[in-house]
Design a protein around this ligand. Structure first.
Ligand SMILES: O=P(O)(O)O[C@H]1O[C@H](CO)[C@@H](O)[C@H]1O
Ligand SMILES: O=c1cc[nH]c(=O)[nH]1
Length: 235
């Protein structure tokens, strides 16, 4: 066991899907993975291992925000030998052209988090980016499955409820597609510890139109991003 994950050595696969919501992890495991077994219930942050097309894959909830996701990414890579991580999350669309339920792959992740400023002594504005191989594969998988997936930059924000919506307007002017709360930390930790990471998101809220999905839909219906992520992680 690590501090925050209750798995025994060998119970977590080298390939992990990482939703923020632990109940999305349960839904993914029960819906897609053959022979799924729950390996951790610590703090209710559920983790499962099963098989997708005969290949071992785990699904681990990461919680909301970069401090929480950092703990799970760090322990998965450093204590369980995880090599590939694909976050499967929800996001708010910042640009007009996105629609509710569109799928977005994050090529890079700007952030308002202070975590990397501390890491680099405030001297470098580090650019957290996706693993190119995973990103390329995900694009090929989406095309093969006939799913339209937007690829572009996103924002990883510390706050879900912002006092600075004007910054969203500015970021949209710079082509930033969507906002979520974990990817900059995930990409940074993967780079630091030589793992591969990618974030694939589904638009659950539209910042421009105010449209939103329900919590049940966020938990159990974002199947296109999950299918792209599963095919990508075993490729
Ligand atoms: O749906 P998940 O994966 O949790 O992702 C998004 O949803 C949460 C906020 O509602 C944040 O964690 C954000 O990044
Ligand atoms: O971080 C997030 C996730 C979903 N929707 C948002 O508006 N923000």
């Amino acid at each position: 066991m690590s501090t925050h994950i209750g798995a025994k050595p060998g119970e977590i696969a080298e390939r992990v899907l990482m939703p923020g919501d632990p109940l999305r992890a349960k839904w993914i495991a029960e819906t897609y993975l053959e022979g799924a077994q729950c390996y951790s219930t610590v703090r209710g942050m559920l983790g499962f291992t099963g098989r997708w097309n005969g290949v071992d894959v785990s699904v681990q909830g990461s919680g909301m925000g970069m401090p929480s996701a950092s703990i799970y990414a760090h322990e998965l890579v450093n204590e369980y030998g995880v090599k590939s991580l694909i976050r499967v999350g929800s996001c708010g669309a910042l640009t007009e052209d996105l629609r509710l339920r569109d799928v977005v792959a994050a090529i890079g992740s700007s952030t308002d988090s202070n975590m990397n400023r501390m890491r680099f002594d405030g001297l470098i504005d580090y650019a957290p980016v996706a693993d190119f191989g995973l990103l390329r594969t995900s694009v090929e998988v989406a095309e093969r499955r006939g799913i339209t997936m937007r690829v572009g930059p996103i924002l990883a924000a510390d706050a879900f409820y912002t006092d600075r919506p004007d910054l969203y307007d500015t970021l949209a002017d710079y082509g930033v597609l969507a906002v979520e709360m974990e990817s900059a930390a995930l990409y940074t930790i993967a780079a630091r510890f030589k793992a591969r990471a990618l974030t694939i998101l589904t638009v659950s809220d539209h910042i421009r139109t105010g449209e939103k999905t329900t919590s049940q839909e966020r938990e159990q219906t974002f199947s296109q991003m999950v299918e792209i992520a599963l095919d990508t992680i075993i490729a």
